[in-house]
Design a protein around this ligand. Structure first.
Ligand code: AMP
Length: 335
């Protein structure tokens, strides 16, 4: 989707990845290379004008190495903070944000201490490499500690208190190379089995009230990181205001609605930002918009969805429709 947005602005995209993927079908060039292959990374960097990434489960080291050859946006610092659950919470809290009660867990003993401090129910999450509810275990009581520790295989983690929330929402913003910030209206996000199922804009009024506070916080985070590109912060809307959950230094699934639902999509604004162009309007193109993910077998509904006429179907061209795998999405704009 980034490559498509880049092409529309007249740029050619070259993909670097260990395996081929959907982006290859819409990009001019491809280097098959490992994330730690210094020689291949250097050759790739010499052939491009700017590098970006849309996946935070890569080490900051290779991104730092690329940055010695060519501008890299978002910066390695944005990646390092956003890819680590403890780092991102500390960063956001230092800027006045509020997260669920949490503790770092680095051993079986610190898990017990964290449970004693936070109480149950709680969620144990691996500090890195988690997404879509992966690398997470819920603890109903302290008796679940052994099983939870085993389930995450003793990886560095955080324990979080369970948040009672009315809704989940996200703040998506683009920050340009000149420091200008454009924020999207926040989507209400509904999850199924820890995976985003639907995003709706505009969000209900309760969220609109919390939006201002959350968007201001996201702006402070973007500025403190000197972030260039799209930045996403996820929140729980609680009776006491927005509670920060996690952030991503990239375009986000809860912003896929912006392709048809916003004047400038998150993908185009990301490309504009990293190319040093002015940001585009983040306003809605209609009265509202709903994006529904097609997960696993949902994708078999493609013919029926095309039959709707005004539903915008996106299929990612992934080969196997495994359960829990995001295969595409459909966006409906209310005019
Ligand atoms: P995450 O990968 O951290 O975004 O978690 C995936 C989903 O699990 C979230 O979108 C929530 O629906 C749920 N979840 C995560 N952390 C918590 C928490 N501390 N309290 C309640 N629900 C949570």
């Amino acid at each position: 989707m980034l490559a498509v947005a880049a092409a529309q602005l007249g740029y050619r995209t070259h993909i670097y990845a260990p395996e081929t993927g959907p982006a290859n079908d819409v990009s001019g060039g491809y280097t098959r290379g490992g994330y730690y292959d210094a020689g291949e990374l250097a050759r790739f960097a010499r052939g491009v004008d700017v590098v970006t990434y849309e996946f935070e489960n890569i080490a900051a080291g290779p991104i730092e190495a690329l940055a010695t050859f060519v501008p890299v946006h978002p910066s390695p610092r944005s990646l390092a903070v956003a890819q680590h659950r403890a780092e991102e919470k500390e960063f956001v809290e230092a800027l006045g944000g509020r997260a669920a009660p949490w503790r770092r867990v680095e051993s079986r003993e610190t898990l017990d201490e964290a449970i004693a401090a936070i109480g149950c129910p709680a969620i144990l999450k691996t500090a890195t490499l988690g997404y879509d509810g992966k690398g997470q275990v819920r603890l109903a009581s302290p008796a679940d500690a052994d099983a939870a520790w085993e389930a995450i295989a003793g990886a560095p983690a955080v324990l979080e208190g369970f948040v009672t929330f009315a809704h989940e929402f996200s703040i998506l913003l683009a920050r340009g190379a000149d420091g200008s910030i454009a924020s999207y209206p926040p989507p209400l996000n509904e999850h199924r089995d820890g995976i985003l199922s639907r995003s709706t804009v505009p969000a209900p009024a309760e969220i609109a009230v919390q939006w201002t506070e959350a968007a201001a916080l996201a702006g402070r985070v973007a500025e403190a990181l000197e972030h260039v590109g799209v930045l996403t912060l996820e929140f729980f809307a609680t009776a006491d205001g927005p509670v920060f959950n996690e952030m991503a230094p990239r375009v986000h699934n809860s912003g896929h609605w912006t392709i048809e639902g916003a004047v400038t999509s998150q993908f185009e604004n990301h490309i504009r930002a990293i190319a040093g162009l002015p940001l585009g309007d983040t306003g809605l193109t209609g009265r509202g918009v709903v994006m529904e993910n097609l997960i696993g077998d949902d994708v078999e509904r493609w013919a029926e969805l095309l039959g709707e006429g005004d539903a915008h179907l996106h299929l990612y061209g992934k080969r196997d429709a495994r359960p829990g795998r995001k295969m595409g999405h459909v966006t409906r704009v209310m005019r």
